[in-house]
Design a binder for this molecule. Structure first.
Ligand code: AMP
Length: 359
């Protein structure tokens, strides 16, 4: 079977390397940045299944995919829904998942109206093309309205009520075309300046009620869209339970730990799901795991090489500010052992974010 992946970045590469033993699946990665319509159409025609490493696919390419929707996994509906934060929030609500209160904003008047409806603070976001905290403006006063509209407005925005979260977490699942679902254990995710810096499994002190809520949510979401492939739900943990932030219709940085941590990683399960094979186990093989990102050249990527139980992955990219160049997975028999190893790797992190705040 031939599988074509749109995008040839690290996610595409990790999808490819997750199934090197399955020699009857042939994967090709397509670089969307240098694309040419005719060449892309030929690429799509030459494969049995098309998947994508990112939902940030320009509208005219999505149009090109329309006639081949039957090959696309996850499907066109999922892609379009999770490309747009308003459609995404509506889909989450429709699936019975709690989100921040929100409203659409298309003008400066709408910004003022949102303040009246939602109160302050408001997290204002562009509905499309925002990632890693880009295209966002936090409004704390009604006087911020003009600055907000001038900075990120003049296009469709979504206003979200500010969620007073304790911490950020995510849950990842893979679903096949028959509706079988495997769910990965949740992680706590710690960000700095909008970029994920590390993920911890288990999420320290996570209650079983919240873990069950996350699993229920991701099953409801994947079922509601008849989703095929790996899907990620980012969740704020609050005093009163979990509140969905956003969805990625793909493998996710917070699931990279599964390469070493589970027998079938998020990448492998995605490939198994989209090629119609039986999904693999998502149970953790280790009591305790962490994933640390290697960001730009501020951090010596070699640091992990000599540390036991630290597995280094390099994406072979040139260093640029705020660019993800690789990651390190730490595996351990206890949380204390894991945390001691992370402490040895603190060169990989900006100061002040390790250890995470206690919950
Ligand atoms: P996003 O791109 O939607 O993941 O947002 C980037 C970051 O902004 C999140 O990881 C949160 O730290 C913060 N954030 C986003 N939306 C909200 C919200 N409604 N309330 C509080 N913080 C938010």
């Amino acid at each position: 079977m031939k599988v074509g992946i749109l995008g040839n970045g690290q996610l595409g590469q990790m999808l490819e390397s997750s199934i090197t033993d399955l020699t009857d699946i042939e994967i090709s990665l397509y670089d969307l940045r240098a694309h040419d319509d005719a060449e892309l159409a030929q690429f799509i025609a030459s494969v049995d299944v098309v998947s994508y490493e990112t939902e940030n696919i320009p509208a005219h390419i999505v149009e090109l995919l329309e006639p081949h929707a039957d090959k696309l996994r996850p499907g066109l509906n999922a892609l379009k829904t999770f490309q747009n934060r308003l459609l995404e929030k509506n889909a989450l609500r429709a699936a019975g998942i709690d989100t921040a209160d929100f409203c659409a904003v298309n003008s400066l008047d709408d910004v003022h109206a949102a303040v009246k409806t939602l109160g302050l603070p408001i997290v204002m976001k562009t509905t499309t093309e925002g990632y890693d905290g880009k295209g966002q403006f936090v409004m704390r006063s009604p006087n911020d309205a003009e600055a907000c509209w001038n900075t990120i407005g003049n296009r469709e925005l979504i206003a979200e009520a500010f969620v007073p979260f304790l911490r950020e977490t995510s849950v990842i699942a893979s679903r096949d075309a028959q509706g079988n679902i495997v769910v990965f254990p949740m992680t706590e995710n710690v960000h700095h300046e909008g970029i994920l810096r590390y993920s911890l499994y288990p999420a320290p002190g996570l209650s079983s009620a919240k873990a069950e809520q996350a699993e229920r949510y991701i099953r409801q979401l994947a079922d509601s869209l008849d989703y095929v492939g790996t899907i990620t739900l980012e969740l704020f943990e609050t005093e009163n339970g979990l509140v969905a932030n956003e969805v990625a219709p793909r493998v996710h940085n917070s699931g990279h730990w599964s390469i070493e941590g589970t027998s079938a990683s998020q990448f492998r399960n995605h490939m198994l799901a989209i090629t119609g094979r039986e999904l693999g186990s998502t149970e953790s093989k280790y009591a305790s795991v962490a994933m640390l990102n290697v960001i730009s050249d501020e951090t010596p990527a070699e640091v992990a090489e000599t540390i036991a139980n630290a597995h280094r992955h390099s994406y072979g990219k040139e260093a640029r500010p705020a660019r993800k160049l690789g990651h390190v997975t730490v595996v351990a028999d206890t949380d204390a052992e894991r945390d001691a190893t992370i402490t040895k790797l603190t060169d990989l992190m900006p100061t002040g974010i390790w250890p995470p705040a206690a919950h």
